[in-house]
Ligand binder design. Structure first.
Ligand code: NAD
Ligand code: MG
Length: 395
């Protein structure tokens, strides 16, 4: 008899959360939603609870939790409603949970991801910000507690699939020369540099190939997403920066590649739909149906590749600099980027001010080593304050 695996989804109302529930719905004999969590979208959470009947629903926001409790009572739902960050940590580390889908957006995802690692869970990691902010500490924690990390980010999942079986964490010993991280180039790949000043949040969020949350959509438009992914790949595969090369591939069909010393390049291909990496990680090592149609090579027709334009997309360069600097710098980069993206989405500054704000914060914060999660959270707060200060002066 197949064991039904209990899954906690951190960020179930988001784009990755919904795709995860779609995969769960296709395999009721394998998976059960144990806990669903969200920030404040009560309406969507109620619908999800009615359909998936989780044991727990956590709303970060207390008032939203109150509303959900009342709605649950009125509709006769058995789901227990909790609130606050401690409750997110509780459902991420609950003894009955087998796997945790870490799909909260941004730095807010770090504490529950740490709780899952401490509890030795199988962590399906979409929240790349955790690795960017606290790569060394998080990877060590995973190892110390026998937790397992499987990448959900499509590029890292593709790399994982293209590595040799039984990869032991050593690229050189496995005959790997480098990693080719593919990037679509985002909605402004062909836009003239001078036009970027005036682009709107709507234009920035209209990704040509992927349907994603707002923050990662803007990150894709600035190419900071690829920068964060370089840092993510560094920690996941113990790859030095010079072995991680970014390749623009506008069709988003090849999700990334691994180049070997004998000249072979192994790639993973598929339609751009996050249900493929989600199903891969959820079913691992088995292959399970994801709902994604087979790739039609005749429709794809051709695959193109270009070098990234660092002048047009300075965020990519800033991420490489933060990785080289180490210590608190990647956490500073991440926090400044979050404030910058939010300020752009709220129409408080131009698209081109995003890299300017991040650069300013990176130049004014003192570089320090970090050894604990608290150090990371302090660096995060410091960078946010600097970024907000810069914005106030700008206006
Ligand atoms: P989203 O904005 O669609 O969803 C975010 C989820 O997090 C929502 O459920 C929201 O309620 C919850 N949330 C937001 N702020 C919170 C807070 N302060 N505390 C607790 N919960 C909070 O985002 P998304 O596009 O699904 O992305 C989620 C993560 O996955 C991000 O780290 C992103 O980089 C990564 N990722 C996403 C995609 C994609 O295709 N969407 C691909 C690769 C990686
Ligand atoms: Mg990605």
């Amino acid at each position: 008899m197949k064991i039904i695996r209990q899954i906690t989804i951190l960020g179930s109302t988001g784009s990755i959360g919904e795709s995860t529930l779609d995969v769960i719905a296709r395999h009721p004999d394998r998976f059960q939603a144990f806990a669903l969590t969200a920030n404040n979208n009560v309406e969507k959470m109620l619908l999800q609870c009615q359909r998936f009947r989780p044991r727990y629903a956590v709303m970060l926001d207390t008032q939203s939790a109150q509303q959900l409790t009342e709605a649950a009572k009125a509709t006769g739902l058995n789901t227990e409603v909790l609130s606050g960050i401690e409750s997110l940590e509780k459902v991420a580390s609950h003894p009955e949970v087998h796997a945790v889908m870490a799909a909260i957006v941004g730095a807010a995802g770090i504490r529950p991801a740490f709780a899952a690692a401490r509890a030795g869970k199988l962590i399906l990691l979409a929240n790349k910000e955790t690795l960017v902010m606290a790569g060394r500490i998080f990877i060590d924690l995973v190892k110390q507690n026998n937790a397992t990390l499987l990448p959900i980010d499509s590029e890292h999942n593709a790399i994982y699939q293209s590595l040799p079986h039984h990869f032991n964490g050593n690229l050189t010993a496995s005959g790997i020369s480098h990693i080719l991280l593919t990037a679509s180039g985002g909605p402004f790949r062909c836009a003239p540099l001078a036009s970027l000043e005036k682009v709107t949040p709507e234009q920035a969020c209209a990704h040509p190939n992927w349907d994603m949350g707002q923050k990662i959509s803007v990150d894709s438009a600035t190419m900071m997403n690829k920068g964060l992914e370089v840092i993510e790949a560094h920690w996941l595969f113990d790859a030095p920066p010079e072995k991680i090369r970014v390749v623009i591939h506008p069709q988003s069909v090849i999700h990334s590649m691994v180049a070997y010393v004998d000249g072979s390049v192994i790639a993973q291909l598929g339609n751009p739909d996050m249900r493929t990496p989600i199903a891969h990680a959820m079913g691992y090592p088995e292959r399970i149906e994801s709902g994604v149609p087979a790739l039609d090579m005749f429709k794809v027709g051709h695959l193109d590749f270009e070098e990234p334009d660092l002048k047009k997309f300075p965020c990519l360069e800033l991420a490489y600099q933060a990785l080289a600097a180490g210590g608190n710098m990647p956490a500073i980069l991440n926090a400044a980027n979050e404030v910058a993206v939010e300020s752009f989405l709220n129409k408080r500054m131009a698209f081109t001010a995003i890299p300017a704000m991040i650069k300013h914060v990176m130049q004014t914060v003192i570089q320090e080593e970090i050894t604990t999660l608290d150090d990371v959270l302090i660096a995060d707060e410091l960078a946010r304050n600097k970024a907000r200060g810069w914005l106030t002066k700008l206006q």
